[in-house]
Write a protein that binds this ligand. Structure first.
Ligand code: SF4
Length: 304
């Protein structure tokens, strides 16, 4: 199997480690062969993505961030998953469409973009459903450019305004300036949201933001700055309240609790006043039952 030369001196994300991923790894801990930890129909995404049948999620192993509170830390930071070829990845995509997925939802795929585009090429015109690029917002413009002909719906996080917080909690330098530039590019590529007759998104940008304890002012600063760059109604926002002090979060006293209702309301009301529209989340969603099952057992691909 040939491997993309991009993996030989990797600059796929803004960390630009220049690691040779054929012989070693960079910050994301991943080599040159795609790894995933599961795939299936997922019903807990935004309604315009999940619909009746569910979103066809594919969870990629590794991450270009290292959030201390990551609910998927077993796959993002502890390498749970199994390797597969681009051909097998293409079969996963086709299978998800066959079982009724409304879209193919690539979760944390940044570190494997050349393999993802190769798999999408192999699926070719068989795939009729939208491709969703679901990422942490920390993206390089060159990698977005590689994806422009493949992705229909961009689903980035915007996590922090304050770069010191991004460094403390996600080990990431220059988060906001990098992520907001990426979001601006995604919006320019996708245009304003387009829906089908059943309200399912066909193309556009959905910006996710998870409200963190004690950080309501930082949350609002993100959207105040975003409004200066793009018209609020040209994107959809999804403001999440599901924060739980998982993984290493308890080593930071200020992150050791859930978000208070008044904090979430403060952020939500402020964002709506700025003119953004989209989704809020029930407080009951703040529960570990909503975290998907992951695996390192590779399924029998001949049965897909
Ligand atoms: S994708 Fe991984 S190896 Fe490549 S630049 Fe980013 S962190 Fe480094």
């Amino acid at each position: 199997m040939t491997v993309s030369p991009i993996y030989r001196k990797c600059r796929l994300c803004p960390r630009a480690c220049e690691a040779d991923r054929l012989t070693g790894t960079g910050f994301c801990r991943q080599g040159a062969y795609p790894r995933i930890s599961g795939f299936g129909l997922h019903r807990w995404e935004e309604p315009c993505i999940s619909g009746k049948n569910g979103s066809g999620t594919v969870f990629f192993t590794g991450c270009t961030l290292a959030c201390c509170y990551c609910q998927n830390y077993k796959i993002s930071q502890q390498n749970l998953g199994y390797s597969l070829t681009p051909k097998e990845l293409s079969r996963v995509f086709n299978h998800l469409q066959d079982i009724g997925a409304h879209n193919i939802n690539l979760v944390s795929p940044t570190q494997f973009v050349p393999s993802v585009t190769e798999a999408l090429e192999l699926s070719g015109s068989y795939l009729k459903i939208p491709i969703v690029y679901n990422c942490g917002g920390y993206e390089s413009l060159d990698t977005i450019k590689m994806l422009e002909d493949y992705v229909d719906i961009w689903l980035p996080d915007l996590k922090y305004f304050d770069d010191e917080k991004a460094l403390r909690y996600s080990s990431c330098h220059n988060y906001f300036s990098t992520a907001v530039r990426a979001v601006e590019r995604m919006q320019a590529v996708a245009g304003s949201p387009v829906y089908d007759s059943e309200g399912m998104m066909k193309s556009g940008v959905i910006i996710r933001h998870l409200v963190l304890p004690g950080m309501r002012k930082d949350s609002l600063s993100i959207f105040e700055a975003l409004k200066e760059r793009i018209p609020p109604k040209s994107v959809v926002v999804s403001i999440m309240s599901q924060y739980l002090p998982l993984h290493r979060a308890k080593s930071f006293k200020e992150l050791s609790r859930r978000v208070f209702t008044y904090e979430y309301r403060y952020v939500l009301d402020g964002i709506l006043k700025l003119g953004f529209e989209g989704y809020s989340q029930d407080r009951e969603s703040s529960c570990e039952d909503y975290i998907p099952e992951f695996t390192d057992s590779k399924p029998d691909f001949d049965r897909l």
